[in-house]
Design a protein around this ligand. Structure first.
Ligand code: 9UX
Length: 72
């Protein structure tokens, strides 16, 4: 089964940033789906909690040079 989480992301300034973040997350093991919106600075990710975690996802985003934190 999978979980869906929303996160806030800062540091994105153009559409290429969106593609970069979505690409990084989609390639991360355990991530099934990732979408990021430039206008709202919000993202959503569907992931398998047996394979990856919110911490892993945040770390991957931060490795790419952005700041992220999950909502809730
Ligand atoms: Mo756009 Mo994002 O020129 O890191 S790719 S700013």
């Amino acid at each position: 089964s999978s979980l869906v989480g929303q996160f806030r992301i800062s540091g994105m300034t153009c559409a290429a940033c969106v593609n970069s973040v979505e690409g990084i997350l989609t390639k991360l093991p355990g991530v099934k789906r990732a979408v990021v919106a430039l206008a709202t600075s919000l993202g959503e990710v569907e992931y398998d909690p047996l394979v990856t975690s919110k911490e892993d996802i945040v770390n991957a985003i931060e490795d790419a040079g952005f700041d992220a934190s999950f909502l809730q």
